[in-house]
Design a protein around this ligand. Structure first.
Ligand code: PLP
Length: 463
């Protein structure tokens, strides 16, 4: 689809609506000099060239990619009106679209009843879930996996709730024995499981965590900010994405998901869903500024945030119309990511230059240069050298690094000598379906760099 053409159509459609309200003169204080704008835009365009090419398959670093053009067009059209989804009066159509889009997320997770809304991010979505956790289980602590997102501990601090870290197993998943031991202590009120950790894409065994938690009267929140949309492939992935953890989401108390990660949306789009709508009672709402013209529950009454972009809801809603939450719709995008990650992992395993850190559970591939004397210090230096040379050389490749502990390395590669406290290894998020056709290029490029790092032929960046 040609974004240029559809952007013009979107602007025209809004202008047509605006024209119905009668002409009025724009205030002179808002006027700008077209030449100054041209200069400003030229400078902006120039400064934007300082970005890494997130859109291109040669970029496989962080979880960043442009939104789908459909989302851009939906966002643009709506932004010209700029509704605020805090209250129904702030934009009735986008409030309705938010409900419909969140209902679709609820159906994807198998929630029958639910209370949910969009948030500006996964962090805020998780914050709301932890807030409800605190209110539901006053005085009790929250258990989070050692590999969970760093913001859980931060938000626990903010909420004045103790968080306890549950050690990870040799694949970066929450260790069930350690969890059982922690729950037996009686201190925990809520467990936070992660479906798709940010570092490794690891999937906590939610299907086992839920019964364990229930046996202790403990709630379960799922942080599916990154991996949540892979629920679309549960039971349909031919190469064995185990459906059980994804199906167990339906039994959990709450779930967070980031449409701005795998849902093709621009930043500013997270979501939180609660299985029991009665948790709405925890949100105190006594804003004197909002006049309600309807008796319906307002999104602002069940959200910690006040102003939120109606455009984010419209963009998500429009995207769901074109790429629905099904295995054939958005699922086809995710399936290509999985195939890319698996294909690259197979190549790494067959390679002399790279060592696979662990098999990818989703679309994140972690590896490190194979060295004659594998020691943490050398692996760290070689990984950093590959990262930096990859970005700077002609025909660049963009990766990221992940810091791992000696213990984590020992669990997977016991032969590695731990001569330092941890090391950086290479990490790639294959978030774009186009990566699939670039796997050979990616592998050859990175393996080539790793071979040069081993031969001491790459410049070593400072640690
Ligand atoms: C990205 C991520 C978050 C944080 O979400 P933001 O939208 O970046 O605030 C939380 N948990 C997981 C597992 C994530 O991958």
């Amino acid at each position: 689809m040609k974004i240029r053409e559809w952007a013009v159509r979107a602007v025209d459609a809004v202008a047509e609506w605006q024209a119905n309200w009668g002409a009025y003169a724009a205030h002179p204080s808002l006027a700008v000099d077209p030449n100054a704008l041209a200069r400003g835009l030229a400078e902006l365009s120039e400064r934007l060239t300082g970005n890494y090419p997130f859109f291109h398959p040669r970029y496989a670093g962080q979880m960043i990619k442009p939104p789908h053009p459909v989302a851009v067009v939906g966002y643009l059209a709506t932004m010209l009106i700029n509704p605020n989804n805090h209250a129904l009066d702030g934009g009735p159509p986008t409030a309705a679209m938010e409900r419909e889009a969140v209902d679709a997320l609820a159906r994807m997770f198998g929630f029958a009843e639910h209370l949910g809304h969009l948030t500006s991010s996964g962090t805020i979505a998780n914050l709301e879930a932890l807030f409800v956790a605190r209110e539901s289980q006053p005085g009790r602590a929250i258990a989070v996996g050692a590999e969970s997102h760093y913001t859980h501990a931060r938000m626990g601090h903010l909420l004045g709730v103790t968080t306890r870290s549950v050690p990870a197993d040799a694949r970066g998943r929450m260790d069930l024995d350690a969890l059982a031991e922690l729950l037996a202590g009686g201190e925990i009120g809520t467990v936070v499981a992660t479906l798709g950790t940010t570092s490794l894409g690891a999937i906590d065994p939610l299907d086992a965590i839920v019964p364990l938690a229930r046996a202790h009267g403990v709630r379960v929140h799922v942080d599916a900010a990154y991996g949540g949309f892979y629920a679309l492939l549960a039971g349909v992935d031919p190469d064995g994405l185990d459906p059980a953890p994804w199906r167990a989401i339906a039994e959990c108390d709450s779930v967070a998901i980031d449409p701005h990660k795998h849902g093709l949306q621009p930043y500013g789009c997270g979501a939180v869903l609660f299985r029991d709508p009665a948790v709405g009672r925890f949100y105190r709402h006594d804003s004197p500024y909002t006049y309600f013209t309807s008796g319906d529950l307002h999104l602002g009454e069940i959200s910690l945030e006040c102003s939120r972009a109606g455009a984010a809801a419209a963009a998500l809603w429009l995207t769901q119309r074109l790429l629905p939450l099904s295995a054939e719709g958005l699922g086809a995008v995710l399936a290509a990511n999985l195939r890319a990650a698996r294909a690259w992992a197979r190549r790494i395993e067959a390679s002399e230059a790279l060592t696979l850190y662990q098999p990818p559970a989703l679309d994140i591939v972690n590896c490190f240069p194979t060295l004659e004397r594998p020691a943490m210090t050398a692996i760290d230096a070689a990984s950093a050298a590959v990262l930096h040379a990859g970005m700077r050389e002609a025909d660049p490749v963009f990766l990221s690094t992940l810091r791992i502990t000696n213990e984590a390395m020992r669990q997977r590669h016991p032969a590695v000598i731990d001569d330092a406290a941890g090391a950086r290894i290479l990490r790639s998020a294959l978030m774009k379906p186009e990566s699939e056709t670039w796997v050979t290029w990616l592998h050859d490029r990175v393996a080539g760099l790793a071979a040069r790092a081993r031969a001491g032929a790459l410049p070593m960046p400072r640690a």
